[in-house]
Design a protein. Structure first.
Length: 325
């Protein structure tokens, strides 16, 4: 037997007896290399802000690099499809919202994944506050004035769609009030804000991360918030229910998923790390600054939540009279 053959046999024996080599690598605790978090909206969106903050906290807690990749377009379907088809080893994750997992099936005819079967729920992170916004130079500075103007000038106003929440709310508004407002699709809310300020569109539903800076700068006025109750950050802004849509409210949510069949150990490590991160005062402060209310839940609770929200949002889409495209 040659020296090379002896060395090879020795290596095999060490691996078999003592667990050296690849067996040891397989037993290493997750994560052992870079983790990629895909997000379905562009840089500057509230989802992007949440993903980057979560990536930073996970990197600090778990000692490995977490990178965020923006995969905007197609209402979030591109990012969700990519993660659904990724290797389920825990190294490709999705930080997403109701757009991909509550609303997609009601908005699109051909969704290239199953929002329940093709994903492993990891953790719910929170909810996003939003408001209906217009620029201060417009003659309609209340929801009633906006609806009245739209009805008197059919087809003259347009709203930008950067996420599913916007489309559902605005189409429900049109159906309930009879207002004629044109829908203009975008890849993400930051692009919508740019065109709102530039006058290409007249209305947007702005998440707080995108909209509060413009509100503070006096470039945009908030006509109504979408939640059941008034938002503490905008106490003088009424709810939709208080204005032209009695009883109506909607709350966008955010959470983390992996591909279906992720190892339970990796799921629990991630869920625990996210929970601990969200308990830190500095992290909570940064989330609040971007308009994100923290609502953590672990894998089992988040799974039940997603299934429930899928039913609720599908019903809201039908109520709004939206036909899948």
């Amino acid at each position: 037997m040659t020296s090379r053959q002896i060395a090879a046999v020795g290596a095999l024996l060490l691996t078999a007896v003592f667990g050296f080599g690849t067996a040891a690598s397989a037993a290493d605790p997750y994560p052992v290399r870079t983790v990629t978090i895909l997000t379905p909206f562009a840089a500057g969106s509230v989802t992007d802000a949440a993903a980057r903050l979560i990536a930073q906290t996970l990197q600090e807690a778990l000692g490995q690099t977490f990178v965020v990749e923006n995969r905007a377009g197609a209402g979030g379907l591109l990012a969700a499809k990519a993660v659904a088809g990724a290797k389920n080893d825990g190294y490709t994750l999705l930080l997403t919202t109701n757009s991909t997992h509550s609303a997609a099936n009601g908005l699109f005819k051909n969704v290239p994944y199953d929002p329940i079967k093709d994903f492993t729920p990891v953790a719910r992170i929170g909810s996003f506050a939003s408001y209906v916004g217009v620029t201060p130079d417009k003659p309609y500075q209340s929801m009633k004035a906006l609806v009245d103007y739209a009805k008197a000038n059919p087809g003259k106003l347009s709203y930008g769609v950067g996420n599913s929440t916007t489309q559902i709310v605005m189409e429900a508004l049109k159906k309930r009030t009879g207002a004629d407002i044109v829908r203009v699709p975008y890849r993400s809310n930051p692009m919508v804000m740019t065109d709102l300020l530039g006058g290409q569109i007249q209305i947007m539903v702005a998440d707080f991360n995108t909209g509060i800076p413009q509100l503070k700068a006096g470039k945009v006025n908030a006509l109504a918030v979408l939640t059941r109750d008034r938002n503490p950050a905008l106490p003088n802004v009424p709810t939709l229910s208080e204005t032209v849509m009695p009883g109506y409210h909607i709350l966008a949510w955010a959470g983390m998923f992996g591909p279906a069949g992720m190892p339970s150990e990796a799921v629990q490590i991630l869920a625990d790390a996210v929970q601990k991160a969200l308990q830190k005062p500095e992290v909570r402060q940064r989330f609040m600054a971007s308009g994100t209310d923290i609502y953590w839940s672990g894998p089992k609770e988040f799974d039940a939540f997603v299934k429930s929200e899928l039913v609720s949002w599908t019903a809201m889409i039908k109520e709004a009279g939206i036909v899948p495209e």
